[in-house]
Design a protein around this ligand. Sequence first.
Ligand code: C5P
Length: 205
Amino acid sequence: MIIAVDGPTASGKGTIAKALAAHFGLPHLDTGLLYRAVGRQVFLDGGDPDDAGDALAATAFPDTLLGDPALRDEQTGGLASRVSVHPAVRQALFDRQRSFATRDTGAVLDGRDIGTVIAPEAQAKLFVTASVEARAQRRFLEMRERGAGVNLLEIQDDLRRRDERDRNRAVAPLVPAPDAMVIDTSDLDKDEAVAAAIEAVEQAI
Ligand code: C5P
């Protein structure tokens, strides 16, 4: 069984994907981490994330980079969003995601194009979304907890910029698959969102 979980930044898709993996006993891949690793590697190489050649070269990042806590920061998220527009970068990361999705065990993958490009045959496709305000508020609380000096309006602007880039890129834009079940988490807490997702998957399989 393949479960595809797509949606914008801070929608709760990562939390939902992790909980689904635990509930159904499936391995989980956060595909955003791969794009974040490319963004981080471009930065470490002193390259330009908007240059397709520099970004493609950075797809040869070492596996150890995937454990780097810096991948989670906002700066790296922004770089990931910029390198992910290059078709050559998406192609270079395709096989890795595809082989994870087609493991004998089944799998849960979360990202932007799992249900549309990486595993269109997935038995269950969720599109997890929430208003920009709700997502910014979550990011704000998360970052404040980590002790970062943060500004709510700046976070909102950054989310809007990233959403726009992800939705409008030519290749694999962020759009729900036609057969995806949409879960809006704006007014749900974590447990409610996870329960809604489990119910949606059970209906689909
Ligand atoms: O989900 P996360 O915020 O970690 O993703 C970082 C960036 O990587 C996204 O803004 C998006 O541009 C890109 N991404 C993508 N396709 C995926 C996963 C992430 O384009 N499957």
